[in-house]
Design a protein around this ligand. Structure first.
Ligand SMILES: Nc1ncnc2c1ncn2[C@@H]1O[C@H](COP(=O)(O)OP(=O)(O)OP(=O)(O)O)[C@@H](O)[C@H]1O
Ligand SMILES: [Mg+2]
Length: 284
């Protein structure tokens, strides 16, 4: 960590908004979708904020704004103590490097013709002048960090399972040493035992690299396992924000209460048990 830090807030979002203009169609006038309607929060370094809410409530839109994929219509984004200038062409490579995103389906973002070693080395090749041999070393080191091995370096994306591909996506996101990782439904497409392994990996990496996570999920048992703070979104607004225990033990907003009632009781213990079993099996 740098000595110049004056704050322990890694991410601050101030009244951020995003509208999408939908063009007019046959018998349909032009329309504006208010996808995110003014969301504010602060997230401390090294912590995990889970964002939950029903489909279409604006979670991914918020994720895209935090990771500079979408420009906010209004509001401010302060990352690592620095106000971001999100206008096109104003973001510096240093700002971009600080924040990375992992999507639900990494296959879509992996080039099928690119070897995994090159997938991992690419951000360094584009953004740094690091020699090829060092890039290779760093990619190999990162493969090991995410629970894969040097033997995977020359393989192609189709040769991996869904869980392994998600490990590759995480490794790629970490190649530039980001501080903030936005994970948009990163385990939703995986089956339960693989989910548990990937969540466990994310927890280990967070400790090792002092990472701050914004973790989007619709699965409350996953949220309960991973979150320090929880934000509930509803129609583009944050209707609830608090520590995990506050939100789970006494949900205040009517929508959160309905959401929690509609979901089977969180089985964080069974996730933990599965993780422990897998760890014991791989250690044996
Ligand atoms: N590029 C876009 N153009 C127009 N409308 C969009 C665009 N992206 C998102 N929207 C709209 O904004 C709203 C929020 O979408 P968003 O993808 O952020 O929801 P979400 O909470 O991530 O949903 P899900 O859980 O299904 O992933 C939706 O009404 C969606 O149709
Ligand atoms: Mg989404």
């Amino acid at each position: 960590m740098s000595d110049t830090k004056t704050t322990d807030t890694m991410l601050e979002v101030r009244d951020i908004k995003r509208d999408y203009e939908l063009p007019a169609g046959f018998m349909k006038p032009k329309k504006t979708v208010h996808a995110v309607k003014g969301v504010s929060f602060k997230l401390e370094r090294g912590k995990t904020l889970a964002i939950v809410g029903e489909s279409g409530c604006g979670k991914s839109t918020l994720a895209r704004m935090i990771t500079f994929i979408d420009e906010p219509t209004a509001g401010e984004l302060i990352i690592d103590g620095q106000k971001m200038d999100t206008r096109p062409g104003h973001l510096t490579p240093e700002m971009r490097q600080k924040v990375q995103i992992v999507f639900q389906n990494p296959y879509g973002s992996l080039n099928p013709r690119q070897k995994i070693g090159d997938v991992l080395g690419e951000p360094l090749a584009i953004n740094t002048s690091m020699p090829a041999s060092e890039r290779r070393d760093r990619a190999t080191e990162m493969l090991i960090k995410v629970g894969l091995g040097p033997e995977h370096y020359n393989r192609y994306p189709h040769m991996f399972s869904g869980g392994q591909r998600q490990r590759i996506a995480i490794a790629r996101a970490l190649m530039m040493n980001p501080k903030l990782l936005v994970l948009d439904e990163p385990v939703s497409a995986l089956d339960l035992s693989v989910q548990a392994q990937v969540l466990n990996l994310l927890a280990d990496l967070q400790d090792e690299f002092d990472l701050t996570y914004v973790f989007i999920s619709h699965d409350l048992s996953v949220v309960r396992y991973i979150a320090d703070e929880v934000m509930v979104m509803y129609f583009g607004e944050a209707v609830e924000y608090g520590t995990r225990d506050e939100v789970f033990s006494a949900p205040k907003h009517e929508y959160t209460q309905t959401l929690f009632k509609a979901t089977p009781r969180a089985d964080v213990d069974s996730i933990r048990a599965r993780v422990a079993k897998k760890k014991a099996a791989s250690a044996a």
